[in-house]
Design a protein around this ligand. Structure first.
Ligand code: CA
Length: 274
């Protein structure tokens, strides 16, 4: 069994890997732009980046401490991470053709989101699934499909890392229900499973194998036998066989990666002194 020290080193390494990869990608992109750093930019006003403030309003912290599964220390750490990610993304947005400052994204953009899922949570899942997670992640009252603000970021991570059975199930179901009509149909299963299966070389009709698999899964999951999977079917099936929770692709980080990340949010007491 790993000691606490080993665990915490592994946790730091994982969290750092994500941020480091992300930051080095940003640096490379800036170098590719080949704007000599020495050139003074004092003649024109510097574009003002939309960088989140040092802290969100206290009432946001208070509300999230009540409604998410993170305590105040963890929320502070998540906010620092959020701020780092948004600030880094500002640096790598490509300039527009006519040299205007690029449009600023107020929050975590989709590319950054994908990188965090890949690098920090090791969710090497299909792009289609990551796209669905991005789309379905609750943006709260502000809504829209734009960047994730801090509140939405915390709510999403709360489900991913500490969600109840029901929250995790609702999350996966929403990802798989491609047209958001409340059912996972044969067609949706076909798309999802086809994406996640490797095609056998020399297969006459690879779709045939996927269709067989769809029927197999449907037989297990369509408990009320109406030819599609409702949230109730899904709940019954997953309760009987937990592996069916992610039958159509990985939507959640592994327990190991979730725990490792959570450890990085909880520094040892001596690190809390300021
Ligand atoms: Ca559907």
């Amino acid at each position: 069994m790993a000691t606490d020290k080993q665990l915490s080193m592994a946790a730091s390494a994982i969290a750092l890997r994500g941020v480091r990869l992300f930051l080095s990608a940003g640096r490379n992109a800036m170098e590719r732009r080949a704007q000599p750093a020495a050139e003074p930019a004092k003649h024109r006003p510097k574009p003002k980046p939309v960088v989140p403030g040092a802290r969100p309003p206290q009432k946001v912290f208070d509300m999230l401490a009540r409604t998410s599964k993170f305590n105040k220390h963890e929320l502070e750490a998540l906010y620092a991470m959020y701020r780092r990610l948004v600030t880094a993304a500002q640096g790598i947005l490509p300039p527009t053709a006519i040299g205007q400052p690029p449009a600023k994204v107020d929050g975590i953009d989709q590319g950054t989101f994908r990188d965090v899922m890949h690098n920090t949570f090791d969710m090497i899942t299909e792009e289609a699934i990551l796209e669905r997670i991005w789309i379905t992640w609750d943006r709260g009252a502000s809504g829209g499909e734009g960047a994730l603000k801090f509140e939405a970021w915390v709510r999403g991570l709360s489900v991913l890392l500490r969600g109840t059975e029901e929250e995790r199930r609702n999350h996966c179901f929403a990802v798989y229900d491609l047209n958001a009509d409340g059912y996972i149909t044969r067609d949706e299963m076909f798309v999802l499973l086809k994406n996640s299966l490797l095609k056998q070389p020399g297969d006459e009709d690879p779709d045939e194998g996927v269709r067989d698999l769809v029927e197999l899964v449907l037989r297990k999951m369509d408990v009320d036998k109406d030819g599609r999977v409702s949230p109730e079917d899904y709940k019954d099936a997953v309760e009987q066989e937990p592996l069916l929770l992610e039958a159509f692709g990985q939507c959640l980080p592994s327990r190991r990666h979730a725990l490792a990340f959570l450890k990085t949010l909880n520094p040892k007491p001596k690190d809390l002194r300021s």
